[in-house]
Design a protein around this ligand. Structure first.
Ligand SMILES: [Zn+2]
Length: 394
């Protein structure tokens, strides 16, 4: 498999263009990159020799000499690993980041990092065998918590007990002998939206990620903005109230304690316990516990208390978003990871509050939408994360 990197910035621009736009003719590539024909031919030749690019047959004629199509080499293969609080997902993609095969299985992240990382490596090996692949071009990893990208490890992740400073990147890179990068799932999801989702057409957007962990990925000027130490967009534990629900971090009133999965379940349990929701109480008596899906079902069936929990979560999210929107001025806000059945109710609350409380200049043309990629955003984003590295001139 191909594990070399482009040698020059022109080669890097060329493979990035083929990754993002698919096969292109030599003539188009020359036009887009502004390279003279001889120079382009030389750069393409080097990339073909390295296996990064290959011919893909003749291009449609534009009159005159027929041009040939080029695409990324068949040996360019990335793996994306998404560690969730419940599931582990491993995907192998081609050079254009289209998933070729995927494995998903339940995971218990509270066992600590070693068994989870070992399992991820095993699943990658399984996919490689299935697809008949040798060494991969690179591996991207998404974790549900703060990550020091330069060190390649999580830093005090509240949802990953025992993972603090575990060298996730170096362990996987050593096991597989391939370049590896690790980032938090909000940043990775934003990269996925940028590559294959609504974010493709926007250079400045916010990707708000819900689920077990709440976070925000910022794409500014076309690229991911990580901040000085990589914690930009880490909004999970912004404190919204002094007397709110208890959070997994030990504080009270955090955004995640209202909008994260366990916050929603906690509020649903409280409603059932206080006799405010017959639907949730009945479900609790039946199952001995409540899930986000139960809350969605009760809210969907018109249970006022369940609907109240969702509205409160939407209002808290909107409250934070008003600040973010006025500060960042995004062209669009994409909400990903919303629990099935709750997305539209949450979105309605968020929209109402943000449009009411924001300056017209900031939100006049800004839309707030649900992700149409859902979980595929992180899978594709993980491959995008490492491909950005692999396609930089080395
Ligand atoms: Zn917290």
């Amino acid at each position: 498999m191909v594990s070399v990197r482009p040698e020059t910035t022109d080669q890097a621009r060329l493979v990035t263009l083929l990754r993002d736009d698919g096969p292109r003719s030599r003539v188009e590539l020359g036009d887009v990159l502004g390279l003279p024909r001889a120079r382009l031919a030389a750069e393409v030749e080097r990339l073909v020799e390295a296996g990064l690019v290959e011919a893909a047959g003749p291009a449609a004629s534009r009159g005159g000499r027929r041009s040939s199509l080029l695409r990324l080499g068949r040996g360019v293969r990335f793996a994306g690993v998404v560690v969730g609080t419940r599931d582990l997902v491993v995907t192998v993609t081609d050079g254009e980041l289209t998933p070729l095969a995927e494995l998903r299985e339940p995971v218990d992240v509270r066992q600590g990092p070693e068994p989870v990382v070992r399992r991820a490596v095993e699943l990658i090996a399984k996919l490689r065998a299935e697809l008949g692949l040798g060494r991969l071009t690179g591996v991207g990893v998404a974790l549900p918590g703060p990550v020091d990208v330069r060190e390649g490890m999580p830093i005090s992740p509240p949802l990953l007990p025992g993972w603090h400073r575990f060298p996730v990147r170096d362990t996987i890179a050593a096991e597989l002998g391939t370049p590896t990068l690790v980032d938090d799932d909000a940043n990775v999801g934003a990269l996925g939206e940028r590559h294959a989702g609504v974010g493709r057409t926007f250079d400045d957007f916010l990707y708000l990620r819900l689920g077990a962990a709440v976070g925000c990925g910022l794409v500014l000027g076309g690229g991911l903005h990580r901040g000085a130490t990589g914690s930009a967009g880490d909004i999970a534990h912004l404190r919204l109230t002094e007397d709110g629900p208890t959070c997994v971090c030990g504080e009270v009133g955090c955004l995640q304690a209202y909008c994260g999965d366990s916050g929603l379940i906690g509020a649903a349990l409280a409603a059932a316990d206080a006799g405010r929701s017959p639907a949730l109480a009945a479900r609790f008596d039946e199952a001995g516990t409540l899930t986000v899906a139960d809350l969605a079902a009760a809210a969907g069936a018109g249970d006022p208390a369940a609907h109240g929990v969702v509205r409160e979560a939407g209002r808290r999210l909107g409250q934070v978003l008003v600040g973010l929107v006025s500060f960042v001025n995004p062209a669009i806000v994409i909400i990903g990871g919303a629990p099935a059945g709750l997305g539209h109710a949450l979105l309605a609350e968020v929209r109402a509050l943000v449009y009411r409380r924001s300056a017209p200049l900031a939100t006049g043309t800004m839309s707030i939408v649900l992700s149409d990629l859902n979980e595929r955003a992180t899978v594709v984003g993980a491959a995008r994360l490492i491909s950005d590295h692999a396609f930089t001139a080395g």
